[in-house]
Design a protein around this ligand. Structure first.
Ligand SMILES: Nc1ncnc2c1ncn2[C@@H]1O[C@H](COP(=O)(O)OP(=O)(O)O)[C@@H](O)[C@H]1O
Ligand SMILES: [Mg+2]
Length: 460
């Protein structure tokens, strides 16, 4: 400002000097002419003063604007410098106009080194074809997103995600492109590591589910084996007895058709206990047949389980499944548990028999584990019709459910059993099956102690 004041007074002094010269020049003219000329000169000087004052004002305004412009420029520069993303500004033909410090650091050069070079020159040769797409967007709404590598002093850079947006002049004409780029190599590697870990976890989970399936199949097979063992062993016993009877009968028949007399035959009949043998024969055959029927029933139940296709819903006899599942599940585990049934007659559910059986085996299996160590372990299985649903309750007098367990019971992998004994998948799988059937599975502690699991399925 001081400078401007000084220069102002210098110009003023010059004008004053000129005015004085003109005054002297006009001194010899006639009065009227001199006064006219003087008036004109005064007018000129007044105009000049006005113009000069305007000039001064414009100069002040210009300097103010200049300062504002410099401040705005400094602000923009500081923003651009602070941007950690790589920033490249190109003209309409894809020639570089300016790059920010992050770009200089990446490319290992100054902005002026790359100015006017084609954007393609900054990209790794393998990605050069992409340059046209990056600077080719026409409409302002076209934002191009690509992944490229840049050329650096040490070879190709990491992978960068580049975002290219069109740049316009104040009248809206497209004048070029602004590219922002951010390294994604690290992110990509982290993502890939995460993806690999996730896949591994999924594989492990599938394996565990398979293991749980194999374990429940194992329990089923153990139960079935016990269940078959009993009739098969008495069929064996009966057949051995029948074989002994056959030999005695054969001896007796030989004596009968040989040359033995009646007395000898009567003695032999007493000795071989032929009459007792004949009395026993009927019940032996009956017992063997009963054993065979039990074996055949077990096989029929097994076939029902294994031949019903998943997703194929059918009406299932609730009592039959509850009794077989309970029998097989208890047979599969050591120790005695008192099982009692409280079932409304002729209940049926709609569902897949194998899966329904699997839920019941899982629930009874857990109940057997829970009652272990109780003085009089017992499990009660009841079933009722409630409207359109059948409600099956499996109640035990075991240790019950802790607060934490109640919240987590149906979560996969929740188990309180030692490693190798529990997978924590039984209830999760059972819950899923119940939901797929349009039913539900819930659990609560009983007021008298122990837990009760309630399975609801649509009536069939
Ligand atoms: N009848 C029950 N009484 C008490 N706790 C139970 C009962 N049933 C299940 N639980 C609890 O729920 C957990 C999860 O059961 P489950 O999903 O079948 O897995 P797992 O039997 O392999 O542990 C069990 O470890 C146990 O803590
Ligand atoms: Mg279980």
């Amino acid at each position: 400002m001081a400078e401007r004041g000084e220069s102002g007074s210098k110009v003023g002094a010059e004008i004053g000097l000129k005015t004085g010269l003109l005054d002297r020049a006009g001194a010899g003219l006639p009065f009227a002419l001199a006064s006219d000329q003087e008036t004109a000169w005064i007018e000129v000087i007044r105009k000049m003063d006005e113009v000069y004052a305007d000039l001064l004002r414009y100069e002040t305004e210009l300097e103010d604007k200049n300062t504002a412009l410099e401040e705005a420029q400094a602000f923009i520069s500081s923003v651009i410098e602070a941007v950690s993303d790589v920033l490249i500004v190109c003209d309409r033909d894809g020639r570089v106009l300016q790059i920010n410090p992050a770009a200089m650091q990446l490319l290992g050069c100054r902005s002026e080194d790359v100015a006017q070079r084609s954007l393609a020159d900054l990209l790794d040769p393998a990605d050069r074809r992409q340059a046209a797409a990056l600077v080719g967007a026409q409409a302002s709404s076209d934002v191009v997103n690509l992944e490229v590598r840049f050329v650096t002093a040490h070879g190709p850079s990491d992978l960068y995600a580049v975002n290219a947006a069109t740049r316009h002049d104040p009248t809206g004409v497209r004048v070029g492109t602004v590219l922002t780029a951010r390294p994604i190599g690290e992110l990509r590697r982290a993502y890939e590591a995460l993806h690999a870990a996730h896949s591994k976890l999924q594989r492990a989970q599938r394996q565990l589910i398979e293991q749980e399936k194999m374990a429940s199949l194992g329990r089923l097979v153990a139960g079935v084996a016990h269940e078959l063992n009993n009739p098969i062993s008495f069929i064996y016993g009966n057949i051995h007895t029948l074989e002994r009877y056959r030999k005695r009968l054969s001896n007796y028949l030989q004596a009968l058709h040989g040359d033995a007399d009646a007395e000898e035959i009567a003695a032999l009949r007493r000795e071989l206990r032929i009459d007792a043998l004949l009395d026993d024969y009927g019940s032996l055959i009956e017992g063997t047949l009963e054993g065979a029927t039990r074996v055949s029933d077990v096989v029929k139940n097994l076939r029902r389980l294994s031949f019903s296709k998943p997703g194929e819903m059918q009406s299932i006899d609730v009592e039959r499944v509850l009794r077989t599942a309970a029998l097989w599940a208890t047979r599969a585990k050591p120790g005695h548990v008192a099982l009692s049934f409280d079932l409304e007659p002729e209940l049926a559910v709609m569902g897949h028999e194998g899966q329904f059986h699997q839920i019941i085996v899982n629930l009874i299996d857990n109940a057997i584990d829970a009652v272990r160590g109780q003085v009089a372990p017992s499990i009660t299985i009841s079933a009722r019709r409630q409207g359109d649903d059948i409600t099956i309750t499996i109640a035990d007098n075991g240790h019950g459910l802790s607060e934490a367990a109640i919240d987590l019971l149906f979560e996969p992998f929740f188990t309180t059993k030692p490693v190798g004994e529990g997978t924590g998948l039984g209830l999760w799988i059972s819950y899923g099956i119940a939901r797929e059937h349009g039913g539900s599975l819930s659990a609560a502690n009983r007021p008298e102690g122990g837990a009760a699991f309630v399975l609801t399925l649509p009536a069939g």
